[in-house]
Design a protein around this ligand. Sequence first.
Ligand SMILES: C[S@@+](CC[C@H](N)C(=O)[O-])C[C@H]1O[C@@H](n2cnc3c(N)ncnc32)[C@H](O)[C@@H]1O
Length: 311
Amino acid sequence: MKEKENQRSLHHNQKNLVNVTMKLFAKSTAYVILLLLSYTLGYLSSTTSYSYTPPQPLTDDGPAIVPANQLDNFRVTTRCADSLPSQLVRQTIVDRIFNATSPYANFPPPHVSQLLRTKRVKGWGSYGGVFERLIKKVRPRVVVEVGTFLGASALHMANLTRQLGLETQILCVDDFRGWPGFRDKFKDIHMINGDVLLYYQFMQNVIYFNATDTVLPLPYSSGSALMKLCEWGVVGDLIEIDAGHDFNSAWADINRAWRILRPGGVIFGHDYFTAADNRGVRRAVNLFAKINGLQVQTDGQHWVIDSTVNV
Ligand SMILES: C[S@@+](CC[C@H](N)C(=O)[O-])C[C@H]1O[C@@H](n2cnc3c(N)ncnc32)[C@H](O)[C@@H]1O
């Protein structure tokens, strides 16, 4: 009898234990679920949450479709200064970059004079009809060329503006380094201690073509030069982009140049059709036009965006 009672009490205790364990387990599960839920809700309601939108295929047709709030990613910190009158542009550049002395003064320096050719010009698509068409249309007072090399296209534009009787300044932005290995094809451009003499040969070409009053070099990387022009309020009526042909370079140059384009001006560039970097230039131009609701026109190998023409 006593044993039966013991057994019943043991059974009762076991049942209690199971009940308590079940309750405890239910409580901690609920706790874990609650914890997970609050994390999830907090994450979803967070103001900095990032929602991923898969990249959309870029098509050449149709209007710009990028929602305004996504453009926030492209914001820049520098505000361009109010635009300088075009007749002050040359002196401003000479003062700010060349210590108020013309870079052509006392040219050539003795250590390079024997290494330069009287004239050595080479370009790519530098004499295309687009230059004449755009100069006649825009009648620019300031041209900014991004990518100059030996000056073929710059000197062609200088000649065109002279023929039209325009008083134009052509600002040539180039680091005058070419690209690694460019001397494989330009062995006659000398090198001193690893420094290629592209800048000096360009200057020599400008002097040879009697264009020193019109053509001014800005011997810096496109990024830093364009940013400074923006800070100084230098604006171009016509801007040519012909420096790096990979997507990232073209994209950066176009965006920076756009900020210093005079309202109503035209921006254009070479190599819209070349396969370099999987048509990096064309992808950059198309994306830029699409985001800004602009139209890309083509002229030979060149692309043209007229800031007055919207889609
Ligand atoms: C294709 S060439 C320019 C040719 C020239 N427009 C013509 O038609 O006679 C490209 C030039 O861009 C310059 N360049 C490339 N990337 C640059 C950069 N990030 N900053 C400044 N110059 C750059 C090179 O030094 C080179 O001289």
